[in-house]
Design a protein around this ligand. Structure first.
Ligand code: H79
Length: 589
């Protein structure tokens, strides 16, 4: 009797779910194919553009109100100057389309609280409070509709520096008196309702900095979105795991394939909102490399532009977008609709994506000796071509050297593509690769902490990028198994990373006084973590690694087990050991 009862309930529940609600899986399909979107940060902050009362304000442009502690009454005055005469929604959409971007997300309201749409909920909006007296969100929605471009809205649901009950403005308001639930119900939710009711189909809502939002509040907000538009996605920063997909940190590219849907927002220079003094543009090659790398790890790449107060996307950003678009025309097959890399680790030369019986090798570091090698593919290779090259297919040889699969391709000695050259491998069957950590053809063995084993009773945390934190105790360790193919002497390198400081990376912190011990079989080396130089991490150029040479070991081919422990832990900053990787680099005789 009881069993029948339970079965009936389950049946009713499943009928209800399938008939009334769009499931998360249904909603995600377009997003998984898209892989590349345009983020637009545009608001009143584009007017001061990083400068307030003659002073350069450090940090990201859209944070100027906070960083310069500008009183609401003063910041509000900017609205009277906002008149972006060059704004042309159609042009922005065409720019995104030509760049190969498959969706757009624009700031409908950032932390400053100013609505960039015609809101009936608050007069503090672009239509009512500016001489522009237009609704750019409506114009963009219309242009996106004409161009079949999915459009999403950024909405800062917790921080609102304009409102006493919003979060974040501690210079005008007393946080102890703030009633966040009131703010949520009287401004945030009503404005999100407007966005979902007045602008046609919305692809996604991009919430940010959840901070104090409770689980019940995040759920209520997500339900509002899905009730009004069941197909609309909610990003992970709604808080409390209530999103349809997850978001990494700003400008953070994880080190390995993540087995869930995710997206990373990335700046073209260092700011999101326009800032006159920021000319630190990433090269087009870096952006393209990041795009392929994000796709190779199952993610989406949301690349930001910060238009000026006149409504123009800065020229250096346009140029990079054009270059990305040209690259995608030839190489888009390696990005759109792909599956992630079958390998769990990164390659020094670039990134791998997959589709059906194909592997795409996105090669950034093109070999100079006319030969490209890849280990671990056990399928027979039918054909290898470079995308966009009319020449005959590449010659190749597959062998089983020392018991492992090796593929050697004959390649031109100059990179076919100046940014990222894509080699497409047609395989017999779907890719089947060796997922163990192995020595690479360049002789290196790279052991990232995200791929290592931690003790059962550990306090260590390992970030998306494989950086340890909480390593404050000498009983902690990280261990790896790997295969070595070539005998020889290897330099053991540790890559640690600084912690971002309150003022961004320029004030990042690194702990002195750490000493590591590495054990490989019966060999032990120990060394203080010195600072033997910074290594740029090409995938995450904003966060440099600090390299320390620990010593040299001589190793024989075969299976090895490596353990890293801390013999001493510096205590000045309580940062502990922020280890990202141990790397074995062959010592050339
Ligand atoms: O919208 C963009 C950023 O404004 C937003 N997320 C992306 C997509 C964001 N909100 N908060 N943060 C990012 C973290 C901000 C950290 C900092 Fe700061 C702002 C570092 C420097 C300025 C706050 C103020 C912490 C130190 C000073």
């Amino acid at each position: 009797m009881r069993r029948i009862f339970i079965t009936t309930i389950c049946l009713i529940a499943s009928i209800c779910v399938s008939s009334s609600a769009e499931t998360n899986q249904d909603r995600m399909t377009w997003f998984r194919d898209a892989r590349f979107g345009m983020f637009i940060h545009w608001g009143l902050y584009a007017i001061p553009a990083g400068e307030w009362k003659g002073k350069q304000i450090p940090g990201i442009g859209e944070w100027i109100m906070n960083r310069a502690k500008i009183p609401v009454a003063e910041y509000e005055q900017l609205a009277k100057q906002f008149n972006p005469v060059d704004f042309d929604a159609e042009r922005w959409v065409r720019t995104a389309r030509a760049a190969g971007q498959k969706y757009m997300v624009i700031t409908a309201k950032h932390h400053d609280g100013f609505a960039m749409f015609h809101s009936k909920v608050s007069k503090y909006n672009v239509y009512d409070a500016t001489p522009f007296h237009r609704d750019p969100i409506a114009e963009l929605a219309a242009a996106c509709k004409r161009n079949h471009m999915p459009l999403g809205f950024y909405y800062s649901q917790t921080q609102d520096w304009h409102e006493p009950d919003g979060n974040g403005n501690t210079w005008d308001f007393d946080p102890a008196k703030a009633n966040f639930d009131k703010y949520l119900h009287e401004k945030a939710i009503p404005q999100v309702r407007e966005l979902l009711s007045n602008y046609g189909p919305v692809a996604l809502i991009w919430f940010d900095t959840p901070r104090i939002i409770t689980e019940a509040q995040s759920k209520e907000l997500a339900d509002v979105v899905h009730t009004l538009q069941p197909k609309c996605l909610v990003d992970g920063r709604i808080g409390n795991d209530k999103g349809d997909y997850r978001s990494t940190g700003d400008n953070e590219i994880p080190v390995k394939v993540l087995d869930y849907d995710w997206e990373t927002p990335v700046t073209t220079n260092d700011t999101w909102g326009f800032k006159t003094s920021d000319t630190n543009w990433k090269s087009a090659q870096t952006l393209i490399r990041q795009l392929v790398d994000v796709a190779s790890k199952n993610g989406n790449y949301l690349l930001n532009v910060g238009p000026t107060s006149k409504g123009d996307i800065p020229k250096p950003a346009i140029e990079r977008l054009q270059q990305a678009g040209a690259w995608l025309k030839t190489n888009g097959a390696a990005v759109y609709g792909v599956k992630p890399s079958p390998y769990p680790y990164e390659f020094n030369w670039g990134s791998v994506t997959a589709k059906g019986d194909r592997l795409y090798l996105g090669v950034v570091e093109w070999p100079k000796n006319g030969s490209f090698e890849l280990y671990g593919v056990s399928n027979r290779v039918r054909k290898a071509v470079v995308l966009g090259e009319k020449n005959s297919p590449l010659k190749f040889k597959q062998s089983k050297t020392d018991g492992h699969d090796a593929l050697r391709l004959e390649v031109p000695s100059n990179a076919p593509n100046p940014d990222v050259s894509v080699i497409a491998l047609d395989l017999e069957g779907t890719p089947s690769v060796n997922t163990e950590l192995v020595q690479q053809p360049d002789g290196r063995v790279t052991l990232n902490c995200a791929l290592g084993k931690l003790p059962a009773e550990t306090k260590l945390k390992v970030s998306n990028r494989g950086i340890t934190s909480g390593w404050l105790d000498t009983s902690e360790k990280v261990q790896w198994d790997f295969q070595l193919y070539r005998p020889g002497s290897y330099q053991v390198l540790a890559r640690t990373t600084p912690q971002r400081g309150g003022g961004g990376w320029e004030t990042s912190l690194w702990e002195q006084g750490n000493e590591l011990q590495v054990t490989i079989g019966d060999k032990k080396i120990s060394h203080a973590l010195g600072n033997d130089g910074k290594i740029a991490d090409a995938r995450n150029p904003l966060t440099p690694d600090i390299k320390s040479q620990l010593g040299v070991v001589s190793l024989q081919p075969g299976a090895h087990h490596l353990t890293v422990e801390a013999l001493k832990i510096g205590s000045e900053r309580k940062l502990g050991v922020r280890l990202r990787e141990i790397e074995l680099v062959p010592v050339s005789e």
